[in-house]
Design a protein around this ligand. Structure first.
Ligand code: ZN
Length: 311
């Protein structure tokens, strides 16, 4: 413990470009639907190289105001997002949705409040509870470690308004609908459907990347994706990876369903996770190039077995 603390101190002291006043380098924003903008973060884990920034912040211009979804991983990333918003509109941000507890999505809240102090922060009730308990502190610390201190100065601005499944809010000229779950990706996930046909999925859906399922379930994940598919969105903005159409939802669903079904066949034939891995991986050939596949597929097989045992 003491060694960790010392290492941490060393990291914070040595990091060359760190600074509480810094801003993540600009990333281009794309208008994925009229008045709806997304910055596509790089794929991968938070690092020194990406300045901890790797999620997909979005914003929707809704009449006389702006609604933000997931403004990034740190106050430095949030400042970059604020600058990008100001390039697209002079209107104020009034509302921020955070899709789930993982800090890469919401520690940028601080920068939004610095720019627009009256903005209201909204999230899943369990996200708010977990953040208050210990997760906020944990994520601030983790982000600092992963970026060797680059995100120093980041404080957790925890949402104050709790969502519920089906929560519908008219904000400015647009209507926002929340699809909520507690067994998909993180136990604290919301997806947000905007009435212009854009669906923000958070990490329930990724594009070109294999996500963690340690805190979720296959069944919950598939159910959440199905609720997204039922919305028939025109544009899908995943938690990580490029935005696109419903094919993103279908590919993500296919990966999890194929893996689960393949594991079940092998499990029923008496195979162990180690024995079944080559067969299962073969059935997932279409997804082998996804970022994180090799590192995560074994874990997913083990998690599928645990879930099948509980059926
Ligand atoms: Zn996540």
């Amino acid at each position: 413990m003491r060694i960790t603390a010392l290492l941490l101190t060393a990291c914070f002291t040595l990091s060359a470009h760190a600074g509480p006043q810094d801003t993540v380098k600009p990333h281009p924003a794309k208008e994925v639907a009229p008045g709806t903008w997304v910055i596509t973060g790089p794929l991968g884990e938070p690092s020194v190289q990406n300045q901890g920034f790797m999620n997909n912040p979005g914003w929707i211009i809704a009449g006389d105001q702006v609604v933000v979804i997931d403004p990034g991983s740190s106050v430095q990333a949030g400042r970059m997002v604020v600058n990008a918003i100001k390039k697209t509109t002079g209107l104020p941000v009034t509302t921020v949705y955070n899709t789930h507890i993982h800090g890469d999505h919401w520690l940028g809240n601080q920068a939004i409040l610095d720019a627009w102090p009256k903005a209201v922060l909204i999230a899943h009730p369990d996200m708010i509870a977990q953040a208050k308990a210990s997760e906020a502190e944990m994520w601030v610390r983790l982000m600092g470690q992963m970026t060797q201190g680059y995100t120093e100065g980041t404080r957790a601005a925890i949402p104050t308004v709790a969502t519920y499944d089906g929560m519908t809010s008219k904000i400015g000229t647009r209507v926002f609908k929340v699809l909520s779950s507690n067994d998909a990706h993180s136990k604290t996930d919301i997806m947000i459907e905007v009435d212009n046909g854009v669906l923000f999925t958070g990490d329930n859906v990724l594009n070109g990347r294999v996500g963690r399922l340690d805190d979720g379930t296959f069944k919950g994940k598939i159910r959440a994706i199905d609720s997204g598919l039922a919305m028939q969105p025109k544009v899908v903005v995943p938690g990580h990876g490029k935005s696109g159409g419903v094919a993103i939802l279908q590919a993500q669903r296919n990966y999890f369903q194929t893996l689960y079904d393949a594991v079940k066949v092998e499990y029923n034939a008496g195979k162990s996770d180690f024995e079944m891995k080559p067969v299962v991986v073969k059935k997932l050939a279409a997804y082998k190039k996804w970022n994180g596949f090799d590192a995560t597929v074994g874990k997913h097989i083990s998690l599928a077995i645990l879930e099948i045992e509980q059926e």
